[in-house]
Design a protein around this ligand. Structure first.
Ligand code: BDR
Ligand code: CA
Length: 314
């Protein structure tokens, strides 16, 4: 069974991922050891309260939610309120959660859980990578303690969603992302090239909206906002639930297609800062950076069906 530490910036597609993970937990198919939040779609305290709101909706209890980095390593902080709403959850303005975040910070929680469960922890990161970068700085042995790190981020052939080439999670903190790709731990990167083809459209959204449960109503509500925001990009209403694909590939890697590449983040380019670059040459990477797995495709029908069923099961 996968023991997951979820690091996120909750966020509409992060919230959908929490619903998916909660369904796995309720089925006994995964354990959610903790959640950490980071700046990105929204500030990390709002992200933590949103996380608690979503978990409380699912009835999954006793998951520690830790607040993490409030800003990137080497640049100003930005939020994505146009995509996720002023509350991070599509302006649904849910009531205050009953629970509170724990006192421990998200990077400290990551290090502690990795030390308590050496070789067992899957770190699923669907926000900027500042908490993971900070955890690597806190504990030099961390890469050997973690089972796998699955990251939603980056764009290779696909256009960026912030600049021509840059994807949001990398753009928010490129220095942290580069630390994570250089650390030598087993990374699976799920970029826009893999997530965009999984976009759901009206038929899927209608099936969700027709279901009568708190979780389905909540999901349908936040996705209304997200689908409106995506209309211009997709050319019709729809939603790219990026982060849930990373979660699904973390627990069921056979649903994805991958290539192994050394990946670096451009940190200096005038037009290309924040771009993920892979080395497709058959030579060893110039800086001997270990290759990581990059998802280049997935079983789209299985993803869409499993995500819907998971939400409807709650
Ligand atoms: C990523 O950016 C965020 O807006 C989403 O939550 C997702 O993690 C997609 O580029
Ligand atoms: Ca996210």
């Amino acid at each position: 069974m996968h023991k997951i530490l979820f690091d996120c910036d909750t966020g509409i597609d992060d919230a959908m991922t929490l619903l998916y993970l909660a369904a796995l937990v309720r089925e006994g198919d995964a354990e959610l050891a903790g959640v950490g939040t980071v700046h990105g779609n929204i500030d990390p305290m709002t992200g933590a309260l949103n996380t608690l709101r979503v978990l409380e909706l699912t009835g999954v209890r006793d998951v520690p939610v830790a607040v993490g980095a409030a800003r990137p390593m080497a640049q100003a902080v930005h939020y994505a309120l146009d995509w996720h709403g002023t509350d991070g959850l599509g302006d649904t303005h849910l009531p205050e959660p009953a629970g509170r975040p724990v006192a421990e910070t998200a990077p400290a929680q990551l290090v502690r859980l990795a030390r308590e469960h050496p070789g067992e922890l899957t770190v699923l990161a669907t926000g900027p990578l500042t908490n993971l970068g900070a955890a690597l700085l806190l504990d030099a042995e961390l890469p050997s303690l973690v089972r796998e790190v699955v990251v939603m981020g980056g764009a290779f052939g696909h256009p960026g969603n912030i600049t021509t080439h840059a994807e949001a999670n990398i753009w928010h903190d490129p220095e942290a992302a580069d630390l994570v790709f250089a650390a030598g731990w087993p990374v699976v990167l799920v970029p826009l090239d893999a997530t965009h083809p999984t976009a759901v459209h009206e038929d899927w959204l209608i099936r969700l909206s027709e279901h009568d449960s708190d979780a389905a109503r909540f999901a349908s509500g936040i996705l209304q906002f997200y689908a409106d925001a995506y209309t211009a990009t997709l050319g019709r209403r729809g939603a790219v639930i990026h982060d849930a694909l990373a979660a699904m590939l973390a627990v069921d890697p056979d649903l994805g297609e991958y290539v192994e590449r050394a990946v670096r983040v451009e940190l200096r380019g005038e037009l290309t800062r924040d771009t993920t670059i892979w080395d497709a040459r058959s030579l060893p990477a110039e800086d001997h950076r270990s290759p990581i797995k990059v998802a280049v495709g997935s079983d789209v029908a299985a993803f869409q069906e499993r995500l819907l069923r998971a939400v409807l099961s709650l």
